[in-house]
Structure formats: C-alpha cells, structure tokens
Unconditional design. Structure first.
Length: 423
C-alpha cells in the first residue's frame, strides 16, 4: 500500500516533500536537518512511517505512532532554535483489518530565520533545495537574515494548550503586586496570552507553573572580592523555573545576602537597606523583560527591537513594570537622597547592559563610575560576613560564566560590595 492511496496529491521527494520509514535514533541530524531546511526555505511536508523514494506505507500502531511523535517533538525542542511552527497530524488507514497510522508534519516557512540546528554544542544552518538538504551558503544565510520578519519569540504561537490551572503562580504574583486583586481571564485574552484556538503564545508558556526549561535559567553568584575578575566565587546558585519564580528567586537571593544599616537620628533611627527593594526589582524586571528568549538561558538586551511584547504586557499588568519605559527613573528616585558616589548608573553596548546599584550601607560608595571599584571600609566588631563582596546576578548561557560580558553571553548583573556599616 502506498501513500498516494490515502492522500489526494503525493509527489516524489522534492523541495517540499520528504519521507522516513522511522526516525533514526543513531543519526538524529540526518532527519532534523530536513525540518530546519524546510523552515529556512519555503516550507514542506515531512512524513514518518513512509518509505522514502517509493512512498510505500510502513505505518505504526496507535501506541508506536504516539511514541514516535513524542520522540520527534523532544528532539526538535532540544536541537532546533527557534522552534519551527509545525503542524503534526496522524493519517489513519487500515490494512488486513488492522489499524495503522502515518505521521504528517507540515513545516511552514519560518518567520524568523535562520533556524539553527545545534547538536553536541555545534550549531549548523541548513537549506532545502532541489530535493536535498545541505548546509546553507554564506550568501543564503545573509539573505535569510535580511528577509526574516524579525518576529519576537514570545509572540509566536506554541503547541501548548491553555490550562487555567497551570498559571497559579502567575495569579499569585499578580495578586501580590495588585493589592490582592485577581487576574481576570479577560485581561489574559486582551494581552493575547493564547490564540483563538486556545494555544498559548511562547511567552505565555514561560509563565506556566510546570515550566522548568533552560530559557528562563538564572544564575546568581557571590564573589569574595571587589569585582568578578579573578576573584574567588563564594556561592553559585541556579534557578530553573517560570518567569515569576525566577524573579522571586533573584529578589530572595539578594535580600538574604545584602546588609542592613541603621542611622541614629535625634529622636528616632532610620533603617537603610544596601539596595532599595524597588530599585532592585526594577532592574530584575527589566532584565527579564528584555531578555532574548530565542536562545536557551542566555542574552538580555535593552535594545527596543528585542523587547518581548507579551512578556512585557504581562509584567506591566502585574504592576511590576512601567508601560512608558520609565524604569530607570524609578531606580533613581530610590537613590534621590544619596550622594554622587552612591548614584546608580547603567553601562550598555550593543550586546549587553550592566546596572550598578551602589550599596547604601557602604560609606565610600563608587569611587570611579568608569571602573566601579569599591574600597572596603573596616567595620568595628564586624563578622565574617562583612568580608564578603560582590553580588552578581547572571542570566547566562548553560555553558556557565564567561570572563568578559562581551564574549557572547549577554547578562544582567548587579555588581556591588556588600560590606556592612554600623552606626
């Protein structure tokens, strides 16, 4: 039995058509490159359970078809970036009174190119042409980039169905920052949290209670000295969870490690935190909102073209982000009473930004804004914790810390001395 017997129009393998009897577990790249090639070209259809060249049906029983589909999805999710917007369906047929299934994957042209196949940490770009899939040429890669529609990751539609029970953490986050008010379904719909068929947008998936993948990975480090370079790392903690849990994790990490001071006034005393909570939250929120989620666990930018529309809308709705882009104004307001050596500032380039929040409990502040090195003021009767220094928050690549912020891993960090002061 052949594919053309159960399909109206079938062609032999060409630019938009390819078949596999079964997915080769020993050569994953051999068939993944076809999916990437279709997405980088003008799309195509990929059949599993059909012999290539002959179109003879091999098929699967119901359980095997489901397993093959799941294996396909897992490999695509792991190795293709950005994930192509594919439609996966089962074609049922009968042979000798036995039910069989063929898997059809429809791969449209990707709106964001190139789609990259990364296997064993080696990235490759493929193009479908003349019935074959080969490595893309330099000219093709340039053309793909130019013609790319530059659609943000978070507004692409996922293959995950919306389940209101799976956003309880987002609802709690909204309630916490909106004086106990509830997040309404109408608000989610107006933000475009899911489409008319009930499928979540990619950005919405990152808010799910069950999300544990690398795209939202956070790495928080404490360094023993005054800067990151060459100093001993006291603590490295990583968090894999949804966006709201990542925000809460960062805030808790800093709050648990920063110092607190007291100024005695004539008739009262004033409590001072090393980093004002609102200023710290603004920095964390902006890092999360502007992060590039196409690449797992890496890249945060402040360039407007990388802004994540849906993620930003959700955070604005949760009342933790300013819609008008006045986040740094809020930070400077928190430092309004500080002297010049304790003023916050941002250093930015085309591929990263660094927000510096001076420690308000540290007397000398920042001596040179061009090279923020802090001189430790001895604390009378201090403790071992007074010797611990820089707090660095990294939203970095899974490979770990890079020595230079421009070496490929775009990062948001707060880098300041945490020595305590006493009055």
């Amino acid at each position: 039995m052949y594919l053309e017997e159960i399909m109206e129009v079938v062609q032999l393998e060409n630019d938009k058509f390819e078949c596999k009897s079964i997915l080769n577990r020993e050569d994953v790249v051999g068939w993944l490159k076809s999916i990437a090639g279709f997405a980088n070209a003008s799309g195509g259809e990929f059949y599993i359970g059909v012999e290539d060249k002959t179109n003879k049906l091999v098929g699967f029983d119901r359980k095997a078809a489901d397993n093959e589909r799941n294996y396909f999805n897992n490999q695509v999710n792991e190795h293709l970036t950005p994930r192509p917007q594919m439609k996966i369906s089962f074609i049922r047929y009968e042979i000798k009174n036995s039910e069989r299934f063929v898997i059809r994957i429809t791969v449209p042209e990707s709106p964001v190119k190139p789609v990259i196949l990364k296997y064993k940490n080696i990235p490759s770009i493929y193009m479908r042409r003349d019935g074959f899939t080969n490595g893309a040429t330099y000219e093709e890669i340039i053309e793909m980039s130019i013609k790319s529609k530059n659609i943000q990751y978070d507004v692409l539609v996922s293959d995950v169905k919306y389940d209101p029970e799976n956003i309880s953490m987002l609802r709690d986050f909204y309630r916490e920052h909106n004086e106990g008010k509830e997040l309404k379904e109408k608000a989610l719909q107006s933000m475009g949290f899911y489409d008319e068929k009930g499928y979540l947008l990619n950005g919405a998936v990152l808010f799910l209670d069950s999300y544990k993948e690398k795209k939202t990975e956070v790495q928080c480090s404490v360094f023993s000295g005054f800067s990151k370079g060459g100093e001993r790392i006291v603590t490295i903690n990583r968090c894999n969870g949804n966006i709201t849990s990542a925000i809460n994790y960062i805030m808790n990490f800093v709050n648990q490690r920063m110092n607190h001071s007291i100024i005695k006034l004539s008739d009262t005393r004033k409590n001072i935190d090393a980093y004002p909570e609102r200023a710290l939250l603004e920095g964390v929120i902006n890092a999360v909102a502007h992060r590039d989620y196409y690449l797992d666990g890496t890249q945060i930018g402040i360039i407007s073209k990388r802004r994540n529309e849906l993620i930003t809308n959700v955070l604005v709705s949760c009342n933790v982000m300013e819609a008008a882009g006045t986040g740094f104004d809020k930070i400077t307001e928190e430092y309004a009473d500080a002297d010049e050596t304790h003023k916050p500032y941002i250093c930015s380039s085309s591929d990263h930004f660094t927000l510096v929040l001076p420690d308000l409990t540290y007397a000398n502040g920042v001596e040179d804004s061009r090279a923020p090195v802090l001189v430790f003021a001895p604390v009378p009767e201090g403790t071992e914790h007074d010797e611990k220094g820089v707090v660095v928050l990294l939203l970095s690549s899974p490979e770990g810390i890079r020595d230079s912020p421009v070496s490929g891993s775009q990062r948001f960090h707060i880098s300041e001395k945490t020595g305590a002061g006493k009055s």
